[in-house]
Design a protein around this ligand. Structure first.
Ligand code: SF4
Length: 474
């Protein structure tokens, strides 16, 4: 069997879900702007990409498997003409990785054409799907997003806003949506605001995106975050806001700040780079170590490592080099080649590490397998001591809101106490940031977060184990 290198080089991380983008701006080449927006969101999903464009009469679609530049050519973008567009990059957290599940999903229904792209996971999908099937709905894909399409089509007697409002009563869980009709774009965020979504202005028009880095990339000015439970309509009159569902206690995903989001993004008032730096500072206060250098596991550990170095006064060094050009290379997963694959992605710098007592800062540990390999690499490159500092609390529970954190049985922190994990990865010391320390960072602006993968306090009821992510078409 052939495996993709990237799927096992760093298997020790949660995996990001999806990114969405939407634009209404007459006079601009909206498909090309969306292409660049998706490029900026590529870190949120690498399995498939798609763009749907509306010109007032119809919705055209181009999507496929692979990275954004693999799916689109100049020619395919030239053919997508119109004044409104939505786009999506996908990693499959529900539904398998196949072309049918790529988004946007575009449908014809009684009111015309509609396209939808979704970030997040619904938690009551099994029952909704069963209800829809019992009343005659048919499904082409195995994604939870198609349930949303069916519900919206069913409820759209008067307006799409009204349909979305009814839909928000039925569906539970996490969703940041962009929807396109023949003449406008809608954006909606679930009542807890699990996944990010923000609004920007571009010329005479407006843009929405999962992260602000996509707004700034396309030259848009950040306006604000979409509020939990809010529905936006982007059309020739500008932006219209409707509170689709009473906002619940906000539960923004705290893992977005720890690992997923790009450091240049600001979400729900917090800049990701600043937050990560502060996590490193807090780590240094909680776990001071006698050491010669602080190094990050690049890239997501870099800002926290800088924070640790600043707070501790220990010099920051780059002891691991990341190969940023690993694409879709396929190799046989033999043990020997797996070792090469790890070094292909991360290579130690002997000149930096030799004879040094090292504090290595990483953002999270899921299964522990990669940490073990990296510690071994540092020792082989001459490091005298390796202390692993993790800028998140131990991941103890699975996520049901759109992040693939692995099965609970595979989470090393759920299976073993700290001392045993430290022994298993062969580190001289191991420290996780405390949950109190993590939340303290956000306390100044009163942020409210989901922390369920650390403390098991799920803000929305989770599916029964046998139901989670299982659909009949799988
Ligand atoms: Fe984010 Fe964890 Fe909550 Fe999932 S369970 S939404 S990964 S904080």
């Amino acid at each position: 069997m052939l495996n993709e290198v990237s799927s096992f080089v760093l298997p020790d991380k949660p995996v990001e879900e999806c990114g969405v983008f939407g634009i209404y701006t007459p006079g601009l080449e909206v498909a090309k702007v969306t292409y660049y927006g998706l490029y900026a969101l590529q870190h949120r999903g690498q399995e498939s990409a798609g763009i749907a464009v509306a010109d007032g009469r119809q919705v055209q679609l181009h999507k496929g498997m692979g990275l954004v530049p693999e799916v689109f050519t100049g020619n395919s973008l030239d053919q997508l003409t119109g004044h409104a567009a939505i786009g999506h990059v996908r990693y499959s957290t529900t539904g398998s990785s196949q072309p049918l599940n790529a988004q946007p999903l575009v449908f014809r229904y009684a009111k015309g054409m509609m396209g939808l792209a979704h970030n997040g996971n619904l938690t009551n999908i099994t029952e909704l799907r069963a209800q829809l099937c019992a009343t005659g709905s048919v499904f082409q894909s195995s994604t939870d997003s198609e349930v949303l399409v069916n519900l919206i089509a069913r409820y759209n007697a008067n307006s799409l806003e009204e349909a979305l409002m009814k839909c928000m009563i039925d569906v539970k869980g996490a969703y940041s949506l962009v929807i396109i009709s023949e003449d406008c774009v809608y954006a909606a965020r679930d009542p807890h605001g699990f996944r990010p979504l923000c609004l920007g202005q571009l010329g005479e028009g407006y843009v929405v995106a999962s992260e602000s880095c996509a707004l700034t990339t396309v030259g848009a000015t950040f306006v604000r975050d979409v509020a939990p439970g809010e529905i936006l309509r982007l059309d020739r009159k500008g932006v219209t806001s409707t509170q689709g569902f009473r906002a619940q206690n906000p539960a923004h995903c705290i893992f977005e700040y720890i690992y997923f989001a790009r450091p240049d993004s600001t979400m729900d008032s917090f800049n990701v780079n600043r937050v990560r730096r502060e996590m490193g500072r807090q780590l240094a206060r909680e776990y001071p170590v006698e050491a010669d250098i602080v190094i990050p596991v690049p890239d997501s550990g870099t800002a926290a490592a800088r924070g640790y170095a600043e707070e501790s006064g220990i010099p920051f060094e780059e002891g691991l080099m990341k190969n940023r050009y690993i694409g879709r290379t396929f190799i046989q997963p033999t043990q020997q080649l797996r070792e090469i694959a790890v070094r292909l992605k991360l290579n130690p710098v002997r000149e930096v590490l030799e004879g040094k007592r090292v504090v290595m800062v990483d953002d999270s540990i899921v299964r522990g397998t990669t940490s073990q390999k990296i510690v071994a690499m540092l020792r082989a490159a001459g490091a005298k001591e390796v202390h692993l500092c993790v800028s998140s609390p131990p991941v103890m529970r699975s996520c049901y809101y759109g992040i693939d954190t692995s099965d609970e049985k595979e989470l090393i922190a759920a299976k073993q106490p700290l001392e045993e994990i430290c022994k298993a990865i062969n580190a001289d010391g191991l420290h996780y940031l405390s949950l109190e320390g993590l939340l303290e960072i956000f306390s100044s602006k009163g942020g409210h977060f989901c922390t369920a993968c650390f403390d098991g306090r799920y803000p929305v009821e989770i599916p029964k184990p046998r139901e989670a992510g299982k659909f009949s078409l799988e």
